[in-house]
Ligand binder design. Sequence first.
Ligand code: SAH
Length: 229
Amino acid sequence: MKFKLIAFILSMAGSVIPQPDKYEPVRDKMVKTQIQDRGIFNIEVLEAMKKVPRHLFVPKEYVDEAYNDYPLPIGYGQTISQPYIVAYMTEALKPGKKKKALEIGTGSGYQAAILGEICNRVYTIEIVPELAKESAARLKRLGYTNITCKYGDGYKGWPEFAPYDLIIVTAAPETIPQPLIDQLAEGGRLIVPVGPASAVQELILITKKNGRTESKRLTFVRFVPFKRL
Ligand code: SAH
């Protein structure tokens, strides 16, 4: 009995213990109508999106809109992505419980939390100091012990923990930062919106096989610009 309890506690490590909240039915509906019905089938992605309390990642005045089908402002001119885009990008990265992820653009910390539910470890970098501080505190408060946050310019990646099985960039650079390609593991996947700041951008998926990279254009998107320090 004691052993079973310890095994259970260990199995929860790095994962949030679900707290019932009044948004649960709204969250389930969001996953069904905005995500599943649009063709996202990865069960781990669907489960993570059902579990992470998105309303705790948006400013107070937007809490009631947190599960709606659009991005929301998070302050400092930045946005939390539309739920479907988060699910689409996460699925494209083929996440898994043995994988190590790097995110550039922590923002609210929501995408990091989704990855934290599925992957072994997540490293995430944010260039706006206030957002870096707020999201690190939020992820800690929610119990994500497998997510490490830092403030800085993500252009150079995070060489200390490289290589990464998956890398996600949630702000749009005009060209893909080479250090991120270099820090991708063999068999790894990198997803990044590429294009000019004030126009539509293209979501690009880079895969690395036998040391060579292949690039695939997925769809058109609109992200906030990638900044440099
Ligand atoms: N993934 C976020 C979405 C944030 S929007 C979420 O789930 O909420 C994109 C974020 O990228 C912004 O917070 C912006 O400040 C940040 N950003 C832009 N350029 C960056 C850079 N060079 N390095 C790190 N973060 C950057």
